[in-house]
Write a protein that binds this ligand. Sequence first.
Ligand code: SAM
Length: 241
Amino acid sequence: MGGAGSSWRKADVANRYLERMRGRRPLEETRLDVLFRLIEARGEPIETFVDLGCGDGVLADEILTVHPGARAVLLDHSEPMLSACRSRFDERGLAVRPVLADLSDRSWPSLLSEEAPFDLAVSAFAIHHLPTETKRRTYEAVFDLLAPGGLFVNLEHVASPSAWLEAIYDDLMVAHLVAEGQEGDRSPADIERDYRERPDQHDNVLDRLEHQCEWLEDIGFRDVDCYVKLLEIAMFGGRKP
Ligand SMILES: C[S@@+](CC[C@H](N)C(=O)[O-])C[C@H]1O[C@@H](n2cnc3c(N)ncnc32)[C@H](O)[C@@H]1O
């Protein structure tokens, strides 16, 4: 089983993330607040959106809580993740369509033609698994899939400018995870080892934020910016004119 981000197709990697990592990143509330300000500033309700690398649909759930009438396409290449996603939205009466697709496969945009064009495209902690060129191609595809005025927001790991800064980020994450506490009798040493030896890190291909924002501008996005940043975690994007 190979390909970009392929460890996520394994049930143990997906479950470990859902149980121990997710929802535990610093500044989560601030990012959500800014995301909803960006959405609101469009001045029109969100009727359709897509979440790329949706995992179990946690971010889409936040958006659907505020925009329950929106049609959502939730794309991921991991069957265990999509299965958790289906369970989350089962019998809630929301217009959610999970799509099993690989972002490194050029054909994924064609699977979204039923709902496109989209008012909003989001992605959280997923695109950094793609090789550099594929990331850029993904941003081009997102631009094509958006309606005029459509917004793209990518919440993402980006490359630290230096090993010194990267080490500070890792220490911050360990301190944050320990402070959050975890279920059972997992000691701070267990939590730290678990973080530093997490299996999915080998799937990371981190690129510099500045380069990615330049690509977005070159592709044609406007209002490109990093809307929130905490060391290696950045929320950036732009709007289709
Ligand atoms: C760190 S998880 C984030 C999940 C979710 N967005 C969240 O915020 O909890 C990364 C997700 O990206 C997905 N992913 C990684 N590479 C992918 C690819 N090439 N195509 C589609 N999805 C991918 C994984 O399957 C996984 O669900």
